[in-house]
Ligand binder design. Sequence first.
Ligand SMILES: [Zn+2]
Length: 301
Amino acid sequence: MKKIVAVFFVSLLMLSPLLPGQAHAANGDKLLVATTFTVIADLARNVAGDAADVVSITRPGAEIHNYKPTPRDLLKVRDADIVLWNGLGLELWFEKFIARVKNATDVVVSDGVEPLPIRDGPYATKPNPHAWMSTDDVSIYVRNIESALTKADPDNAELYNRNAEEYIGQIKAVATGIENRLSIVPEEKRWLATTEGAFSYLARQFGLKEIYLWPMNADGQGTPEQVKSMVDAVRENDIPVVFSESTVSDKPAKQVARDTGAVYGGVLYVDSLSEEDGAVPTYLDLLRVTTETVVKGLAGE
Ligand SMILES: [Zn+2]
């Protein structure tokens, strides 16, 4: 008899719908915020302070565009009060994923950003999703996060507002530092040659010219045609340094460096933060370390 009762309860658990908002009670009164990736999680933590808990569905270092969610990821979201995602076609897996969670409140944090188009490849003319790489655009993200948190938890509205203001101030200070550092590189030398075309927003803001092996990580990566066309562009423009990104293979970029005599300048961070003890545990670190690597490469330091 006991066994039958146990089986009954187990099947009840398995059948229970994935309802969001349950953690609000389970968690004391703290809001639980789920995010699709580590960059948005860090932005949200800065706005939330101690008033809300923030989790990222994907882990540090994960490839975000074509991520394959696991059943465990659904559990993370099941208890969340709100789910923040980038949108602009970044998380190709998200809509199908979130459809499996009943009553989930999801918020697109890039809402209001003026998107730059992807220039070529199968996604040509669609929005380039990497808008968080512009500090102007990321301030829109921060405001959207503030408003989502405030709507879900009005009691802490003042705190979320204060945190957002302060954080946007920190972001602006980092942007000024980047401008100062880049000013040592002559304008005609400001080329950003990378693996994924993920730096269009950063390049526009800081006056860099961008070339890349492939437009988006969702496409074919490192084909002979991509390598050849990058080799031609690096030679033609006399570009001294070529980079890759932390979430993709460095082989195609190293190949381009070998074939052209350019220096391989190391890893840039864009689609993910690192672990806590890694190079870029926060978004501000991601901006600082990535641009410093670019400046050092271009200046030959
Ligand atoms: Zn990307």
